[in-house]
Design a binder for this molecule. Structure first.
Ligand SMILES: Cc1cc2nc3c(=O)[nH]c(=O)nc-3n(C[C@H](O)[C@H](O)[C@H](O)COP(=O)(O)OP(=O)(O)OC[C@H]3O[C@@H](n4cnc5c(N)ncnc54)[C@H](O)[C@@H]3O)c2cc1C
Length: 343
């Protein structure tokens, strides 16, 4: 089914997207951003999928009861807003995942649609003639309720809610969008820089190398522990991966909280997850998504993490990290040189 988004000049905009809420998701090279399925669920299953490498086969990612409208487009936020805005005018609540592209596009859409932007929500809904949202503020420590008496655009943090269930067959429609504007952009794209795995949002990482309490040898002081986790970040970067950690590690101050994976940390969705010295507690495993490949390095062959791994290595995690550093040409800090001698 095809639905034209552009309304004729001067006509009231109705169109195929008219309704209380819709999620707008920007994919790159066919990869959905973190939080895409949750934004779709918050919008009642209605989702507009745009960007590069998208197609009808991606509908399954949004759950069986989803209604997907898709179109191949560019990712320039200003141009994207100009082609999407006419059809979204008839939608009261336009929700985007608070992923990098979602956060870029949302203000452009709000400006085009002349609406307020409710940025960084953990909940957003249409309540009568109001849009209500709970907004996360102060580094995620405070939830501020907000309400506006008009249509709005909102961004939803990944991990705020579950996605829709996978049962059933999603309804899929192709969207005919207006032609991609040539010169109508406030943004000039000079170069597209791929994210650096050592600093990118952990939730968007395709490969994650994570460390737990087992990475720190008995009797280590805080300085050595922090040096080992610095090395983990370097080795992960050399492998094109992002570094993560368990709560034991972040609570000890050996790594920042934005690297904590789990139910009270970041929800990740990598293709490859490598766990160094991690037992696999449910609160940790609850945040690792469904990776195609899990590798567990642990001295205990019967720990839960090794039980769910595709590859379980019964080995010393610290030794393996130092060995990897040596083979990848990553400099081992002075604080750790004595460990290389020990092994
Ligand atoms: C309300 C609540 C919320 C929580 N939220 C989170 C969360 O979001 N994220 C999270 O991670 N945790 C969370 N936790 C904590 C969680 O329950 C576990 O305590 C934690 O995940 C365990 O971390 P760990 O695997 O690093 O440590 P441990 O459980 O102590 O495991 C260490 C592992 O290292 C292995 N090991 C030891 N020495 C070596 C060696 N030399 N080489 C290789 N392996 C070795 C051991 O066999 C063991 O399996 C939460 C807990 C609660 C109560």
């Amino acid at each position: 089914m095809t639905g034209p988004l552009a309304a004729p000049e001067g006509d009231p905009v109705t169109g195929p997207l008219a309704g209380p809420a819709v999620a707008v998701v920007v994919a790159r090279h066919g990869r959905l951003p973190a939080g895409a399925a949750e934004a779709a669920a918050e919008a009642g299953g209605r989702v507009v999928l745009v960007g590069s490498g998208v197609g009808p086969e991606m509908a399954a990612a949004f759950g069986g009861s989803a209604e997907l409208y898709w179109a191949q487009t560019g990712t320039d936020p200003s141009r994207l807003a100009s082609v999407l805005a006419p059809g979204l005018d008839a939608v009261r609540l336009v929700l985007l995942p608070a992923s990098p592209d979602g956060r870029d596009l949302a203000p452009h859409l709000a400006r085009r649609l002349r609406r307020p932007l409710l940025a960084g929500a953990v909940r957003a809904s249409v309540e009568g003639d109001r849009i209500e949202a709970d907004l996360l503020r102060v580094d995620g420590r405070v939830v501020v309720p907000a309400a506006v008496g008009q249509a709005a655009v909102a961004t939803l943090w990944p991990g705020s809610r579950p996605a829709l269930s996978g049962d059933g067959r999603p309804a899929v429609h192709h969207l005919d969008l207006p032609p991609w504007p040539a010169g109508d952009s406030s943004v000039e794209t000079l170069e597209l820089v791929e994210p650096d795995p050592t600093t990118m949002d952990l939730g968007d990482a395709e490969r994650v190398l994570a460390g737990g309490a087992g990475l720190i040898p008995q009797g280590s002081d805080a300085r050595r522990a922090r040096a080992l986790f610095e090395l983990l970040i370097e080795v992960a970067g050399a492998l094109g991966a992002s570094a993560g950690a368990t709560r034991v590690v972040t609570d000890a101050g050996w790594m920042d909280y934005d690297r904590q994976i789990g139910t009270t940390g970041v929800t990740i969705r990598p293709d490859l997850y490598v766990a160094l010295g991690i037992s696999g507690a449910s609160q940790h495993v609850g945040g690792i998504g469904d990776p195609a490949c899990v590798v567990s390095v642990n001295l205990d062959p019967s720990c839960p993490m090794t039980g769910l791994a595709e590859l379980g290595m019964v080995a010393d995690a610290t030794g393996l990290l130092l060995e990897l550093a040596g083979r990848l040409g990553v400099a081992v800090p002075d604080d750790l040189l004595e460990l290389t001698g020990d092994r």
